[in-house]
Design a binder for this molecule. Sequence first.
Ligand SMILES: NC(=O)c1ccc[n+]([C@@H]2O[C@H](COP(=O)([O-])OP(=O)(O)OC[C@H]3O[C@@H](n4cnc5c(N)ncnc54)[C@H](O)[C@@H]3O)[C@@H](O)[C@H]2O)c1
Length: 249
Amino acid sequence: MDLALNGKVAVVTGASRGIGRAVALALAGEGTQVACIATSADRAQATATACTDLGVKSIAYGVDVSDSQAVHDLARTINEEFDGVDILVNNAGITRDGVFMRMKEDDWDRVMDVNLKGAFNFTHALTRGLLKRGGAGRIINMASVVGLAGNAGQANYAASKGGLVSMTKSLAKEFGSRGVTVNAIAPGFIETDMTGEVPESHREMMTSAIALGRAGTPDDVASGVVFLASAAGAYVTGQVLVIDGGMRL
Ligand SMILES: NC(=O)c1ccc[n+]([C@@H]2O[C@H](COP(=O)([O-])OP(=O)(O)OC[C@H]3O[C@@H](n4cnc5c(N)ncnc54)[C@H](O)[C@@H]3O)[C@@H](O)[C@H]2O)c1
């Protein structure tokens, strides 16, 4: 099957580590040029270098995804340096967990700003260009299973991911006639720095609830992104691809 990703240009936010790094490398492995975004260019550099080692153009950029003006400025730079963008992966995300009655306003705002407004900012800044690319644009938003099912202690994070799912479906309807697909991925429990602080007892409990009997890897999630970004996913839009090893069955 021809994935037709060779020569395309992707922007991947949160590309310094974890799922974002795996996504950048998986796309680069298919011949896609990658703009790697993290909070600082230094942090994203190792991923960009690894992508370049795979034979594609890749540049590291630093921006806070919640900073609208900075994202729009960066989008202009990326469009110039890569001559347009075909694929946007809104992956950057944070957690600030806590029981609701003790959750501070700042914990709510910051998670919304990074996880939901960050995706709005990049989508807003790049969509005009994506729509002009001849009908094969792709937007992929990294949601979460807790955005579908909720989770005690994660009201802010779950709300941000639920919002991302609704934004995904709305934009799929809005951009469909222009040939741009918009989908979300809802990972379950994936081994990254974000989940590295989960206590061992909780980790065992979560793993035992997964049908496949193991936590996921960043590569498991990256495979889903490659499918949705590729020609193979051309007739899929407005969907949430759950990649959780059967955790929510
Ligand atoms: N790990 C999991 O189990 C899991 C499960 C479901 C969903 N997710 C989602 O997948 C995505 C990636 O998760 P991960 O586990 O790889 O996380 P991670 O903490 O390992 O990496 C997060 C990335 O986001 C970037 N980032 C954070 N805040 C940023 C900001 N303000 N501006 C720019 N970049 C910023 C970081 O630099 C880093 O590159 C997140 O959206 C997360 O919510 C993860």
